[in-house]
Design a protein around this ligand. Sequence first.
Ligand code: NI
Ligand code: MN
Length: 231
Amino acid sequence: MPKVRWLGHACFLITSPSGNIIIDPFIKGNPQCPVSIEQLPKLDSILVTHGHGDHLGDAIELCGKHDALLVSTYELCVYCQTRGVQKVHPMHIGGAAKFSFGTVKLVPALHGSAVTHPNIVYTGEACGFIVTIDGSALYHAGDTALFSDMELIGRCHSIDCAMLPIGDNFTMGIDDAVIAATMLHPKRVVPMHYDTFPVIKANPFEFARKLKEASEAIQCHILKPGEELEI
Ligand code: NI
Ligand code: MN
């Protein structure tokens, strides 16, 4: 059974007997992140949803430090190669691939993707991930608006845990995230991408209450940064 540890914002560390992966490793500049780069376990792979600094985060440094495989969109993988990343596995939306730790499928996200420092470099489309690991299916939505094809994602995958943004402004807010959850019908939802900065302040308990009103079948797990959930 994989363990999903929230490191604040959109950063999740997933540990399992099959391997350790991290999604959107925003560690150093992340005011919510309770661990340092040095405190992370050995990483097999690093998954990045899009190029914005709060998602690409420390991925390039971590790839070097852990000799880890970067899994992302083609454009973002190529960008990271120009920054010295050795091991990449480029993919694109709709595609799935098998890895030592499990399977990753890239799914749509309605958002931008660019690296913005020191200059703006566009890195294609933003994505979400369906990660299948040790028999559990996890959906990390990335940064996204609500879109009706979430219904299709829910139909094609029996999702054990969905990580959904609720912070508004750059992504879905609470009400849209509740609709997203009812379309995806996962077993559990973990809200993310809120309270990191004042502009994305949101109350996860309001989300949990509205989700319960919308669907009794979906459990909401509000994690504190650093807390872990066994799937
Ligand atoms: Ni973003
Ligand atoms: Mn973001």
